[in-house]
Design a protein around this ligand. Structure first.
Ligand SMILES: NC(=O)c1ccc[n+]([C@@H]2O[C@H](COP(=O)([O-])OP(=O)(O)OC[C@H]3O[C@@H](n4cnc5c(N)ncnc54)[C@H](O)[C@@H]3O)[C@@H](O)[C@H]2O)c1
Length: 444
């Protein structure tokens, strides 16, 4: 397809969008020809993939302008829109770090609609951290994804150096430093949690393999799409090239909801709540830990002297908050989920305050609390701000907490058995069929 006459960026932009479907068809035909000629699917894919992701916006950052344009030409083929950065204020870019690549799946969904703009603004990775967004959609959401990219461009974020969109995870995850895995299929009418595990598990198996092949070897992966703990486990087991420690399931929303309940009950502001850990699964078996939580540095149970409230009301209020919100507003909690994703990332790239923690679903291997190994389980964690973390080892686990933790651990073990065929495990039958639905209300 030839570029229509006239040099304006607007024309080029329209052309890029018009080419999207033509390119997809061409790529499929190219791949088929290569496979007919005897290449494996993977080899065929990599031989045609260099130019198959649509680069919507590409800005070389920060580098001498001439070299930057040259570099962009080399790297992005015909699908690019290079800007002349000559007039960029050097005092703005001189202190910037190297651009990081952030892949986001389900990029045209509700959560992403809030999150992407937070990422692009610099409020998550830092005001000196330029980023390239690599957005993955499903075939059905392709048009919407183009719309998302257009809105991102129109927002003129200086730190957003590049936006690319696509539907092939092997391409979209290419060299990704971070993969935020939000996309998942919603649960259909009458579907059990066990069916959801199967349906979305297949997606995370494919995407785990794609991460393994394409992403940076030290890619940090945060799974949001539900059931997020077991989806993260599936992705991790299918990506042996990436350290197991790099996989997280989002339980930060539960932590934030728990902090909010403690603040509401005590009348103290949110910022005074610390050491608020959520243990276990992101389901209604989750364990918001009021025993170790502090308000203004004092144990929460000394500030709120009401054990009946803690035992009978606090946990259900946290676990059922999403359902309460839907009843009021008719929509699921996309904005606060996006905020919690931003918090979860920030928790890894900024040092944890001394004595504090953050909650994240991480691999249980070698944990100090005796939780069965090989599960993605939410623990209190702390970080030095280098992207890595350790599980806190100084939390008091009393009999009450231990029995709740066990119940969530049992559920995660059963979920693991339901998806054993997706993680290369022999045997394993799904005992969750017909079981109580423990999905957090408001989330599919
Ligand atoms: N862990 C948490 O705390 C938490 C909180 C809220 C929601 N969630 C979960 O996050 C997920 C997304 O929620 P949402 O409100 O944004 O949903 P949404 O339906 O608005 O968006 C999901 C998007 O994913 C896309 N998608 C589906 N399959 C895909 C695939 N294979 N690859 C790439 N994209 C794909 C869909 O096209 C859609 O655009 C859901 O699974 C939801 O249950 C988790």
């Amino acid at each position: 397809m030839r570029l229509p006459p006239g040099p304006s960026a607007g024309r080029l932009r329209v052309w890029i969008l018009a080419c999207f479907s033509t390119r997809s068809i061409k790529m499929a035909l190219n791949m088929k020809q290569r496979m007919d000629a005897g290449l494996s699917r993977k080899a065929a894919r990599s031989s045609v993939s260099r130019s198959s992701v649509v680069k919507v916006r590409s800005v070389a950052a920060p580098a001498p302008p001439a070299a930057a344009v040259q570099e962009a030409k080399k790297a992005y083929g015909v699908f690019r829109l290079s800007y002349d950065t000559q007039n960029e204020d050097p005092s703005l870019t001189r202190t910037w770090k190297k651009t990081i690549k952030v892949a986001v799946t389900g990029a045209s969904g509700n959560i992403s609609n809030h999150l992407l703009f937070m990422l692009a603004s610099g409020e998550v990775y830092g005001k000196d951290q330029p980023i390239a967004l690599q957005l993955l959609g499903s075939d059905r959401s392709k048009e919407a994804l183009e719309g998302v990219a257009m809105e991102l461009e129109d927002s003129l974020y200086p730190l957003l150096r590049e936006v690319s969109i696509g539907t092939d995870p092997y391409e979209v995850f290419g060299d990704a430093d971070w993969a935020l895995m939000i996309g998942a299929k919603p649960r259909g009418p009458g579907m059990e949690r066990a069916d959801l595990l199967q349906q979305n598990g297949e997606i995370f198996q494919v995407q785990g393999r794609a991460l393994n092949d394409s992403a940076s070897r030290n890619c940090k992966v945060l799974v949001v799409g539900n059931p997020c703990n077991t989806n993260a486990l599936i992705a991790m087991e299918n990506a042996p090239n990436i350290p197991r420690k790099n996989f997280h399931a989002l339980t930060r929303l539960d932590e934030n909801r728990a902090k909010c309940q403690l603040a509401l009950k005590s009348g103290k502001f949110y910022t005074s709540v610390s050491r608020m850990a959520v243990w276990g699964n992101h389901s209604t078996t989750q364990v918001p830990d009021y025993i170790n939580a502090r308000i203004g540095g004092i144990p929460a149970t000394d500030v709120i002297r009401d054990m009946k409230w803690f035992r009978e009301e606090f946990t259900p209020k946290v676990a059922l908050r999403g359902g309460a919100l839907i009843k009021k507003w008719g929509r699921s909690s996309a904005a606060s989920t996006a905020v919690s994703v931003a918090d979860a990332i920030r928790a890894l790239v900024t040092p944890t305050a001394p004595g504090d923690c953050f909650s994240s679903g991480v691999i249980s291997d070698g944990n100090p609390y005796g939780v069965k190994e090989g599960l993605i389980f939410s623990f209190p964690c702390r970080s030095k701000g280098d992207g890595d973390y350790e599980i806190c080892d100084d939390f008091i686990v009393d009999e009450y907490l231990r029995s709740k933790i066990r119940a969530s651990e049992d559920e995660l073990q059963k979920e693991k058995e339901c998806v054993s065929h997706l993680i290369g495990m022999m045997g394993g039958s799904c005992s969750l069929r017909g079981a109580e639905d423990t999905t957090v209300p408001g989330e599919n």
